[in-house]
Write a protein that binds this ligand. Structure first.
Ligand code: ADP
Length: 655
């Protein structure tokens, strides 16, 4: 017996003891695996001349045996070798994040989600089966192997017999536990022609290959030649192999002919998701280049969306025949989460990867697809905000990343789609909504970046800006500030006066971090006061700078504080938050911000500092400088360089 890997075991356990009520989807999963296997063989036949294959020979067959309590799904696809059986069916998923999620799901009793997040299709069989036997013969091999497991500890692999290539998945159903009071489970519906047939129709109607089943029918017996006038027709029953699914591609049918449920089932079957899509939309183009596209925005992100292994792309068909499962060229990176199909009779069938990249038709389709997605997202943003917020939570990061990696080139297309948390309105707003609500004299779009909304809202600088009547966007995603820096400005083009000159106060506004650079919020009078204070206290600032050494670039008078005694800002293009994020990156970039310790000269602490400086108490100046600096770091959510020294300094002050 070969043992399942630990993480697989956990998942299997969840699966078998799942509270997931939709057990019947196991059939959909097995049929889509079978369809994939047939696809793979079909692909091979396109490129490999040795594979002689008629497309109409390819089929999937479902059967059952009431007495043995078995349901079998067979295909004549590519099959699996002994090694493949071991590798593909012995481990569910190989990643650490998978094991982590399984742990979490266990803790939260959140099994529905975990089932959906990993392509654990095959294992869903264990929701209804107490034993699963997979007999498979790989294409081109003359030996067959049988994999067998009860889904608990492990599995066995032994030599077997099978005529021809392909795979049989044989489920021995669990025993019924149904009681007369309606509790417990019965699995008998999977042992009936009607039950299986309706499941195939419901979940696998658009599978591209025929899903066949022996169905019983009745027919009238031929009338005997010597039948008398009082002959009563006689009937007999017989069985016949029927194709159950319609196979007509769903995207070829008019929107009005297809129900939402059918679209959802198609999406779930073809794209291996357990949740309905958030949005479904299509393109029908006719003319010089005709094509149909059916596109879906998933309702949640796949677990590997942000990993290197994630592959974007739409399925590409030419006249209903799949040419490529994931055609990357059809989707821009920032919409990598979109799933769907494009079908065009105008594309040649045996198109290769190289020619695809230079294919102008494909580029034209891709352009249209991108436009359509953008407009669909805008519609969602305007008409269904709640849903859009969920969408943004899942995929917003990718949109911002798109702006960042394009050095801001995509800001016109994607900027309108972004959402940020408004400190003033205490909800998510778009940048346009932010600007609409801003007072006429506001010069910039203000934001603060850090780890949590709560913490940011409490930052003294944020409070000061809010106090001036300006809203602040509280940004908690690592990519937010990088995106803003790439955008630099946001807003409508300036209005022009009679001489075609921009009207002052109109036009795009700069995106400004409240903790960086010069905020330019002070009045003329305040500026003057600050200048004077700086001059008066030159010696004190110099002493504090010396006490802090390289930790800060300089010590200065703050015009952005009201209640707090001090804060740290960044003088250059790198903010404190960017420094924090970059230092956490796996390749650990050592980028430092130019820190400035800003002091509130109206605060009583400043008086104390001044007194110490005047009496020549250098120790006290150093002590205060250290404490103020570290305090400000704490408030801004930055790690302290030497927490012990800070604790000692505070202790010294108290004693
Ligand atoms: P997924 O289909 O999401 O990859 P599964 O757990 O359903 O995950 O299947 C694991 C793997 O086992 C598949 O990727 C495929 O390689 C293989 N497999 C499953 N069913 C079949 C089949 N009927 N024929 C050939 N290979 C199969």
């Amino acid at each position: 017996m070969r043992k399942f890997k630990t993480e697989s075991k956990k998942l299997l356990d969840l699966m078998i003891n799942s509270i997931y009520t939709n057990r019947e989807i196991f059939l959909r999963e097995l049929i889509s695996n079978a369809s994939d296997a047939v696809d793979k063989l079909y692909f091979r036949s396109l490129t490999d001349k040795d594979v002689q294959l008629g497309k109409d020979e390819l089929a999937i067959r479902v059967s059952f045996d009431k007495d043995a309590r078995t349901v079998t799904v067979s295909d004549n696809g590519i099959g699996m070798t002994k090694d493949e059986l071991d590798k593909n069916l012995g481990t569910i998923a190989h990643s650490d994040s998978m094991a982590f999620k399984a742990d979490n799901a266990e803790a939260q009793g959140d099994d529905v989600d975990i089932i959906g997040q990993f392509g654990v299709g095959f294992y869903s069989a264990f929701m209804v089966a107490k034993k699963v036997r997979v007999v498979s013969r790989a294409f081109g091999s003359d030996e067959a192997w049988a994999w067998e497991s009860d889904g608990v500890e492990g599995y066995t692999i032994e030599p077997a017999e099978r005529e021809g290539h392909g795979t049989d998945v044989i489920l021995t159903l669990k025993d019924n536990t149904a009681n007369s009071d309606g509790t417990g489970e019965s699995y008998d519906t999977f042992l009936s022609e009607y039950g299986l047939r309706s499941l195939i129709k419901r979940y696998s109607n658009y599978v591209r290959y025929p899903v066949q089943m022996e169905v019983s029918k009745t027919r009238e017996k031929p009338k005997p030649e010597d039948a008398g006038d009082d002959y009563q027709p006689e009937y007999e029953s017989y069985t016949e192999l029927d194709t159950i699914n319609s196979m007509i591609p769903i995207w070829k049918r008019g929107k009005s002919e297809v129900t939402d449920e059918e679209y959802n089932e198609f999406y779930k079957t073809d794209f291996h998701d357990f949740a309905d899509p958030a949005r479904t939309f299509s393109i029908h183009a006719e003319g010089a280049l005709s094509y149909d596209a059916l596109l879906f925005i998933p309702s949640r992100a796949p677990y590997d969306l942000y990993s290197k292994d994630f592959k974007k792309g739409l399925a590409l068909y030419s006249s209903n025949v799949l040419i490529m499962e994931k055609c990357e060229e059809l989707l821009p990176d920032h919409y990598n989460f979109v799933r769907g199909v494009v079908d065009s009779q105008d594309l040649t069938l045996n198109i290769s990867r190289e020619t695809l990249q230079h294919n102008s038709q494909l580029r034209a389709i891709a352009k249209k697809v991108e436009k359509k997605i953008t407009s669909e997202l805008k519609k969602m943003r305007d008409n269904d905000r709640e849903e859009y917020e969920r969408f943004f939570e899942n995929f917003g990061r990718g949109l911002e990343y798109g702006i960042y990696t394009s050095y801001g080139m995509l800001k016109d297309e994607l900027g309108e789609l972004l959402l940020f948390y408004s400190a003033k309105q205490q909800k998510l707003v778009t940048l346009d909504e932010y600007l609409e609500a801003a007072p006429a004299d506001q010069k910039a779009i203000y934001y603060a970046a850090g780890e949590s909304i709560d913490r940011l809202a409490k930052m003294p600088i944020v409070k000061t800006v809010l106090g001036k009547g300006y809203d602040v966007l509280l940004c908690t995603k690592d990519v937010d500030e990088f995106c803003f820096q790439a955008m630099m400005t946001y807003g409508p083009e300036p209005e022009l006066d009679a001489e075609d000159k921009p009207v002052e106060g109109t036009g795009p506004k700069e995106l400004k971090n409240v903790a960086s650079g010069d905020l330019d919020l002070a009045s003329e009078e305040e500026k003057k006061e600050a200048e004077e204070a700086a001059k008066e206290n030159e010696a004190l600032f110099a002493a504090m700078k010396e006490a802090l050494g390289d930790a800060v670039e300089k010590v200065a008078v703050s015009s952005r504080l009201t209640d707090a005694p001090a804060c740290i800002t960044a003088a250059g293009p790198v903010s404190l938050e960017m420094e924090r994020i970059l230092s956490q990156a796996p390749d650990g970039q050592d980028v430092k911000s130019q820190r400035v310790l800003e002091l509130n000269v109206k605060h009583p602490v400043f008086e104390a500092l001044r007194a110490a400086q005047e009496t020549g108490d250098a120790d006290k100046v150093k002590l205060y400088a250290d404490i103020l600096y570290n305090q400000a770091l704490l408030v801004e959510g930055m790690p302290l360089e030497d927490p012990v020294a800070y604790a000692n300094a505070v202790t010294k002050l108290m004693a």
